[in-house]
Write a protein that binds this ligand. Sequence first.
Ligand code: SF4
Length: 462
Amino acid sequence: MTTAPRSLAEPVTEAAPTTPPYTSPYESYVYAYPHKTAYRPLHDRPLLRDLWAAEPQGALSLYLHIPFCEVRCGFCNLFTRIGAPGDMTSAYLDALERQSTAVRDALQGDARFAAAAFGGGTPTFLGARELSRLCDIAELRMGADLRAVPLSVETSPSTATADRLGVLAERGATRISIGVQSFIEAEARAAVRPQSPDEVAAALHRIRESGVPVLNIDLIYGIDGQTERSWQRSLDAALAWRPEELYLYPLYVRPLTGLARRDPGAPDPEWDAQRLRLHRHGRDHLLAAGYEQVSMRMFRLRGTAAPVSGDDHACQTDGMIGLGCGARSYTSRLHYAFDYAVGMREIRSIIDDYISRPASAFAHAEFGWEMTEDEARRRHLLQSVLQAEGMATADYRARFGSSPADDFPEELARCADRGWLDTAAAPERLRLSAEGLAHSDAVGPMLFSPAVRARMAAYGLK
Ligand code: SF4
């Protein structure tokens, strides 16, 4: 692996904290490493053409980000705004077209896409015709063959309408993921996700009717007032649809979100214990119902083929092209994106800026993180070991020429001391135990590099 020139990103000048002590099973959800709060302006604004010139482009992932939602759920810190006044969605699609043309030019005609995903926000905030246009952008501008590769699309109960789902099914969607969070109305309200059980059932019915082969349902545990009993009612209501996938998310209260009633940084052992209890209960219930655990959050119906994913979780080696103002892109040397924010005013201004850009403004990377050899090792380890199947140590050695135990002795010793490693799998595999998987949100942050930790700590939340 080569490393990017030092001038690509600002030097890390903040004090680099050492690995912090364990405080909670719920430190942070590591769905991508490093998090965007570690990104900084790239002062030399490298040309995408140069960044991609020497990259393998035979099996890229394509991600299109739609930053609009009807409401802002109380727990959500994703890059999205409430509503789209006037003709904002069509202006956003115009900008996506300009960006995709610029990016495709930078790839110089060699790129092949192995997976695609529309995420957000809520991609189905777009109407049926706009979704058709979004598929055109992926196919005609970017060259992705949506009917030949896995295509995952996120939706919500009120926007999963028959006409939108019809377009998606016809264009090749293979997976629809719907955020339900809770089938109990009072719990959905407590999570600031107002919706009625009837509305949810009608949406699930329409998704099944659409014929898209994989249905994923997202649920959340740790909501105020939620008990093992009410959690099981939600799980059973989801299981009635026999979804091919279920994601069980612990509730987080993050700064600047609607639920930030608690001090997000304050320890809350009682809440931690509630979430751990509900995690174990949910896990055991799904295992007994014929599901296999893929990661801390993900469960797959046994017998369902594992798709190639278009999101962050699957591939440690292939590149990703993200389009839209909240998307990231990955080369082997640089992760890059536009500016990031959680607060509504800042998000709006970043979206407005994105929409007003001419095509030439999409030819550069602006914010990012340089992937050094050490960071590539960490990312590989993180994304492999947080999967239930763990990581073949021979694969790691083949890629990096060393063993994880050589590279991360302190971190792995800490996991072993806490009983988070499955000793029966060693030495061929590095795998978390069931309790280790339950503590994935503590294991992940433990593997962050001091430089990433320092950058994240110094990030001024906005
Ligand atoms: S959780 Fe999903 S639907 Fe809710 S605000 Fe966030 S992106 Fe939108």
